[in-house]
Ligand binder design. Structure first.
Ligand code: ATP
Ligand code: MG
Length: 560
């Protein structure tokens, strides 16, 4: 037996890859064919990313191919918007299905024929029971089901009724086609599952051609067989469906025999990964849309500034296991920071500005100072930043009556302004309400570039700043967890929402390089975190999203 869990494996190796490797080595398959089979009834989320990276990743690593197949068997819930979003998101994640784009609806005619095949073999029947009767007769985990009174219809009667179902003679729900397997089976999936239901609904691709639609279970495995999928990879909840899929494969003239392998779905703290819940979050206005940066959707993460490489890295670290577990949200943020630390340019931005006036700096003088774009990447080069008599610093970087361990600015205290000079606070100016509105300071001209002066004086803090004359006003959106609890209750999710998941700051001060060239690249605001421009930006009014802070704060937050 193989070890089923990846916890002990190197990242990038797992039991499914082992199986694929063995199957290729033994000649069971000449080439590996996988597929990602989303139902187009919502946007993809980070759980889907795990499945995408696994299926497309295996195909790429082993020189095979991966299909994108829309599981479009339920015309009432599916929309073109979702189809477009899914294609966009898979591509953005870095994967490509080439010409292998398929739809379960491509196979409706074949599947219908196979349903008749089962009827003719005496292995399927038309059931007239109501949904309630069927449910009542299905039994429970400990009680066997009861046979339908329609179970022993003749082949001729079944064929006739099924054809009339297709012809549109009956209303929705009047009858279903069921497989004739075993109502006493310990596996409820084997208790005469529904193969076809009547649904007078127009389908996005087949229009009004059909008024009977195959069930997910009848379409899924057979679609894999039609496409010659070698390894049908799915999540654990389908383990109990495998005997049914195998039964179909045994009893139908399918062109190939895919094997199904199950892995644990991704669960993450503070996050709900259920399309049903995500749909309700959007529909009920708890978020601004599917791409709200607080959403765990691919579109939301993209808008938040998460690079696709970070998602791939995260998925690789999580690994592929056979037991369900919940991944710490901090692990995701770790991957995001890792990716951004390598690539994001450093910039200065003041989120909660406090004015500084340097009394001994000549009025009207402007200096260009050199600043490093990315200390992790020398090729990113340097830029010029402007220094002048009036600056903005972070309000939090000043305290009038600081506690002992506060090393930043306070009256008579000296700090370094990044890339610029040493600065000493001389006086705090207050308004009528007693709030500090401006600092009067002096600088030491002998410290240009932020270097220590000849007397070797040291400072204990370095502050970021923006020159007031150049600063660009911006809105900055700070995001916190959408849910206040590490394990939100999907059944009652509204109660677990975090009321403070979005904080909007206006009047933030950016160094001009942040808006030059209209780049949409992620950046690091020095000392604050990683940010990216939001699509709500307009020419005079940039908007930035905080992707992630610089440090892991979740450990602290959950201990609070
Ligand atoms: P629902 O949210 O209603 O359970 P779904 O997420 O299963 O729907 P599908 O469109 O059927 O939606 O999913 C497509 C594929 O993504 C499936 O193969 C499914 O197993 C996989 N998948 C879905 N959620 C996760 C997850 N959290 N982790 C890993 N894979 C997932
Ligand atoms: Mg599903």
């Amino acid at each position: 037996m193989r070890a089923a869990d990846t916890a002990t494996r190197e990242p990038g190796h797992d039991f499914i890859r082992d199986i694929v490797q063995d199957d290729l080595a033994s000649g069971r398959h000449k080439t590996v064919v996988t597929r990602f089979p989303p139902e187009p009834n919502g946007y993809l989320h980070i759980g889907h990313a795990k499945s995408i990276c696994l299926n497309f990743g295996i195909a790429r690593e082993f020189g095979g191919r991966c299909h994108l197949r829309f599981d479009d068997t339920n015309p009432t819930k599916e929309e073109q918007e979702y189809i477009d979003a899914i294609e966009r998101d898979v591509r953005w994640l870095g994967f490509d299905w080439g010409k292998h784009l398929y739809h379960a609806s491509d196979y409706f005619e074949t599947l219908y024929g196979w349903a008749e095949h089962l009827i003719k073999a005496g292995k399927a029947y038309v059931d007239d029971q109501s949904q309630e009767e069927m449910r009542a007769n299905r039994g429970t985990l400990i009680e066997p089901g009861r046979n339908s009174p329609f179970r022993d219809r003749s082949v001729k009667a079944n064929l006739d009724l099924f054809r009339r179902m297709r012809a549109g003679e009956f209303p929705n729900g009047a009858r279903v086609l069921r497989a004739k397997i075993d109502m006493g089976s310990g596996n409820i999936n084997m208790r005469d599952p529904v193969l076809y239901r009547i649904l007078h609904a127009s389908h996005p691709r087949t229009g009004d051609k059909w008024c009977v639609y195959p069930s997910y279970d009848f379409a899924h495995g057979q679609s894999d067989a039609i496409e010659h999928i070698t390894h049908s990879i799915c999540t654990l909840e389908f383990e109990d469906h495998r005997p049914l899929y195998d039964w179909f494969i045994e009893n139908l003239p399918v062109p190939s025999r895919p094997r199904q392998y199950e892995f644990a779905r991704l669960n993450m703290t503070y996050t709900v990964l259920s399309k049903r819940v995500l749909t309700l979050l959007v529909r009920d206005g708890h978020v601004s849309g599917w791409d709200d940066p607080r959403m765990p959707t691919i579109a939301g993460l993209r808008r938040r500034g998460v690079p696709p490489a970070a998602i791939r890295d995260f998925v690789r670290r999580v690994g592929v296991a056979k037991a369900n577990s919940t991944v710490d949200y901090g692990m995701f943020e770790f991957s995001v920071r890792e990716a951004l630390n390598r690539t994001a340019r450093r910039r200065m931005a003041v989120l909660r500005p406090l004015k500084v006036v340097i009394e001994n700096y000549p009025e009207g003088q402007v200096e260009e100072l050199e600043a490093v774009n990315n200390p992790e990447d020398e090729s990113a080069g340097t830029r010029e930043i402007r220094f002048s008599r009036e600056l903005w610093i972070e309000r939090d970087d000043f305290m009038e009556n600081p506690p002992k361990k506060f090393f930043r600015l306070s009256p008579q205290k000296e700090v370094r302004l990044r890339y610029a000079y040493f600065l000493t606070c001389r006086e705090a100016i207050k308004n009528a309400a007693g709030e500090v509105v401006e600092l009067r300071c002096t600088y030491d001209p002998a410290t240009r570039g932020g270097n220590a002066p000849p007397d070797g004086r040291k400072v204990q803090a370095t502050l970021h700043w923006v020159s007031a004359a150049d600063a660009v006003d911006a809105e900055v959106r700070l995001y916190d967890q959408l849910f206040a609890k590490p394990d939100p209750d999907a059944a009652n999710f509204a109660a677990d929402l975090n009321p403070n998941s979005l904080e909007v700051l206006a009047g933030c001060k950016l160094e001009p390089a942040l808006v030059a060239g209209n780049s949409s690249d992620p950046v690091q605001f020095e000392r604050q975190g990683y940010f990216c421009p939001d699509r709500d930006s307009t020419p005079g009014r940039p908007v930035f999203n905080r992707t992630v802070g610089l440090r892991d704060t979740w450990a602290k937050v959950s201990a609070r």
